[in-house]
Design a protein around this ligand. Structure first.
Ligand SMILES: [Zn+2]
Ligand SMILES: [Zn+2]
Length: 333
């Protein structure tokens, strides 16, 4: 079995465990899945030598699950967890046509690597584009960027792009949705960006009617492209915002604002259930890592199972578009 396939199954186990509030084991399975993607070990030969537990982050328990995967292609443990969940895979989406990540951070805000390092890592993954979407100014603890620093960052991106092998860096921003639904940057600053993500980060417990108005207002701004991790949930530790999801998804579909599936295993937001609803109500999607480090660019591989379970085809995902078409969509007509 290829390391990527095994990683996808471990990531699904992690998610199902997190839903059951088994945080400790969920984290262990997530870490092991990420290690498999970053190390790409030869699982078949390690299995023969009985050395699966020599892979970083793989302890004895996860090694047993991996052994089952290598021997039989499936894990009885995962099957059991899925049965309790009663949902079966609904599409056979793969990442062969995935052209780029639209939500990543650099050390201009709270990322752990430089913009150039992120871009080089994305080019190595064969991406056609990478959006750097650092935070907006209100999030001072993460050094959010104001209009002035965004301009400086734009100049860097313009200087870097010609040097990159086949990759185009897009400049975006992950703009905070303020409590009243206004945005944390003025319209002129938003207009200058290639892609605008708006995300809820604070006051997630607002009561649902107010939260609905807040999100509807944010989505209505004509510069907005993506609603980032739409609920802000952290499965197992933070429930995320509650609002009239159908109303938001309908308006977003009408306006051409896409819903993000943030594949950071600690988020997986939208959930499968919400993604299904958004799909049915006509939304398209952005399928992103929210990476803060080059190693985290693997996250879309960890989230693949959720898009499959939600039945989302690649035609409904921005990240499968060639750059020229993507740019057209981001112009919102
Ligand atoms: Zn965020
Ligand atoms: Zn982010």
């Amino acid at each position: 079995m290829r390391a990527e396939e095994a990683a996808s199954q471990l990531a699904e186990i992690a998610y199902l465990l997190r839903e059951r509030e088994d945080h400790y084991r969920a984290r262990a399975f997530s870490k092991a899945a990420a290690a498999l993607l970053n190390e790409r070990p030869d699982l078949d030969s390690l299995r023969k030598q009985n050395r699966l537990d020599s892979i970083p982050a793989v302890g004895a328990g996860i090694a047993r699950t991996l052994a089952e995967l290598v021997d039989h292609g499936t894990s009885p443990y995962l099957t059991r967890l899925r049965e309790q969940d009663s949902d079966e895979p609904a599409s056979d989406l793969d990442l062969a046509g995935y052209r780029g990540d639209l939500h990543t951070h650099s050390d201009w805000s709270d990322g752990k690597a430089t913009l150039v390092d992120m871009a080089v890592a994305a080019a190595k993954r064969g991406y056609e584009y990478l959006a750097i979407t650092d935070h907006s100014p209100r999030l001072t603890i993460v050094h959010g960027l104001d209009a002035e620093r965004l301009l400086q960052q734009r100049r860097l991106i313009e200087a870097v792009n010609p040097e990159l092998d086949g990759l185009t860096v897009l400049q975006g921003c992950e703009v905070d949705i303020l409590e009243d639904g206004s945005l944390d940057l003025p319209d002129e600053a938003l207009a200058a960006l290639d892609i605008v993500i708006v995300s809820p980060h604070v006051k997630l417990r607002q009561e649902p009617a107010a939260m609905t108005q807040r999100i509807l207002r944010a989505v209505s701004n004509p510069h907005v492209n993506v609603l980032g991790h739409p609920t802000g949930r952290r499965p197992g530790s933070r429930p995320g915002a509650q609002y009239d999801f159908a109303a938001v998804f309908k308006l977003a579909a009408e306006l051409g604002v896409v819903m993000e599936i943030d594949c950071d295993p600690a988020r997986m937001d939208l959930s499968v259930e919400h993604a299904k609803l958004a799909l049915r109500l006509g939304c398209d999607f952005s399928f992103d890592s929210d990476a803060h480090h080059p190693d985290e660019l693997v996250y879309p591989e960890l989230g693949l199972w959720s898009a499959r379970r939600a039945g989302i085809p690649s035609e409904r995902m921005l990240n499968w578009l060639p750059l020229a078409q993507l740019r057209e969509v981001l112009q919102r007509g």
